[in-house]
Design a protein around this ligand. Structure first.
Ligand code: ADP
Ligand code: MG
Length: 490
């Protein structure tokens, strides 16, 4: 694909544009913490971003938005099918302690009876613009000829889906940059992004549904706050909820604080420091590192057993695991959850091939297939947050070790998506602008609230674009590989 303007830019243009874009980013609050060292944790800079917005075909952008409500409903239905969730995860929980601990909480709460049937989902479905798939859907990885791009989902995030606060801000930076470059009609190509507003709507709706004026919303954050570079993205949501709904208070606590200070009353109402909790929003809790001791697990259980509305509840969290997504991609499975055949086709059209590593014939076939050409696949464990996937020759190494053991079932295999490549400048604090081949990943937010079959709120809620150097590897903006971006619709 072609960049928005011919590249490279001449040096003096690049220099003044970069300076201007950085200043505009800081002025707009596109900020994050630099470093990761304790003694520099109070230093603030701009979040890394792409100097130019990245071209995204309008048709694919519309397709991704159009399927989001189907995904919201799918997550909800899957999460309420105990037999399905249990079957999907039965092998994983034997070999993956983290998923097993989550599942244990799920089972315990199912046995006791769920005290809060209302679920709030703030999801983000992520897509790459794939260059490698034939019309019949058969992967032909390795073919580099430019074909029509297709939208292919990498995953759906049902917990701690970040980035909503910064979408509109990076779009403004990009409009400013394009203005300076004299690109006509730039505004028409950069779509409005109501991601943050949509999430605020979700929080307020859940809080109202809970029905207690004095009750607060709790944001759960990591203990080592200084290591969370994205603190401002979270704070922005937190402060804006309070602005939006005067009288509604949002407080931040770590799982450790909740373990120590929160109390579950006999009617399962959750209280912390004297305040009743209406909604608990997890911005931590998706990674084993968030549970350094049993205390954090006891906090997760306490929250799950409570009357507070969880975002996400444990069953939404489990419905978002890679294993469940792999099972949903098998023939005939979506039909079990979505009665509308058009919804099934919309969802299925975004799926790349996914393959089981369960013990048995089918899993053995996956092993053989992947060992023959590991460069065509990604191996994924049940983890979130980037940097956990295995690619190429490393897959062979890992499978050589695990292929005959149950430990292989901790992973799933997915066809490698080869995203379209376009040049862009990566702007990072303390670094010169780097012109790189890059590929972008489009995230679409979903906001959903329901009680059983009664859906109160089902919305597509804005977007999030981040761009990676195409040199491989993965990871979000805050893991360090990717930069914030916005789509330039073509
Ligand atoms: P995580 O939960 O760690 O974010 P993802 O499934 O989103 O896991 O994978 C992390 C990153 O790996 C994605 O952002 C994307 O860049 C890359 N990735 C994931 N799946 C694929 C795939 N099938 N083909 C190519 N790259 C992928
Ligand atoms: Mg991801």
């Amino acid at each position: 694909m072609e960049p928005v303007v011919p590249l490279p830019l001449d040096l003096s243009t690049l220099d003044s544009l970069t300076q201007s874009a950085k200043d505009y980013a800081v002025l707009n609050g596109l900020t994050y913490l630099t470093g990761g060292q304790n003694d520099t944790s109070d230093l603030v800079s701009f979040a890394p971003f792409a100097l130019l917005p990245s071209p995204v075909p309008r048709a694919l952008f519309d397709q991704a938005r159009a399927v989001q409500k189907d995904f919201n409903l799918l997550v909800h239905r899957v999460s309420h099918d105990r037999a399905f969730l249990s079957r999907c995860l039965s092998s994983v929980v034997k070999v993956d302690n983290f998923t097993a601990s989550l599942f244990h909480i799920y089972e315990q709460v199912q046995e006791e009876g769920v005290t809060q049937p209302i679920c709030l989902g703030l999801h983000r479905s992520d897509y790459l613009l794939d260059t490698t798939t034939n019309n019949d859907g058969v992967g032909t990885n390795g073919v580099t000829a430019c074909r029509q791009l297709q939208l292919k989902q990498t995953e759906i995030n049902t917990i701690a889906a970040a980035g909503a606060g910064f979408g509109e801000k990076i779009a403004r930076v990009h409009k400013h940059v394009l203005n300076l470059l004299g690109v006509a009609d730039a505004y028409k190509h950069i779509p409005e992004n109501r991601a943050m507003d949509s999430q605020l709507d979700g929080f307020v709706a859940a809080w109202e549904q809970y029905g207690s004026q004095k009750a607060i919303i709790v944001f759960v954050h990591v203990v080592e706050e200084e290591r969370c570079r994205n603190v401002f993205g979270q704070r922005l949501l937190e402060f804006t909820v309070m602005e939006r709904q005067p009288g509604l208070v949002v407080k931040r606590y770590s799982l450790r604080q909740i373990a120590e200070d929160a109390e579950l009353k006999s009617d399962k109402t959750l209280f912390i420091h004297g305040s009743e909790v209406a909604v608990v929003y997890f911005r931590a809790g998706y990674s084993p590192a968030n549970y350094p001791t049993e205390k954090e697990w006891s906090a997760r259980l306490k929250i799950e057993r409570s009357r507070a509305i969880k975002c996400p509840c444990i069953s939404y969290h489990l419905a978002g695991t890679k294993k469940v997504q792999q099972e949903l991609a098998q023939p005939g499975v979506l039909e079990r959850f979505l009665e509308d055949p058009k919804a099934v086709s919309r969802v299925r059209a975004t799926f790349a091939g996914q393959h089981t590593l369960e013990m048995g014939l089918e899993g053995d076939r996956t092993v053989q297939m992947v060992m023959r050409s590991p460069e065509d696949y990604v191996m994924k464990p049940q983890r979130e947050g980037g940097g956990n996937n295995i690619y190429g020759e490393d897959i062979r190494t890992v499978l050589n070790e695990l292929k005959d053991f149950e430990e292989r079932t901790a992973y799933i295999v997915m066809d490698l998506i080869c995203p379209a490549v376009v040049q862009n400048y990566f702007i990072r604090p303390g670094d010169w602008p780097q012109l790189q081949d890059s590929s972008c990943e489009l995230g679409i937010y979903g906001v959903f609230m329901a009680e059983g079959d009664q859906v109160f709120h089902n919305k597509q809620g804005g977007h999030y674009l981040r761009t990676n150097g195409s040199s491989g590897g993965d990871g979000g903006v805050y893991v360090g590989n990717a930069v914030l971006d916005s789509p330039y619709l073509v």
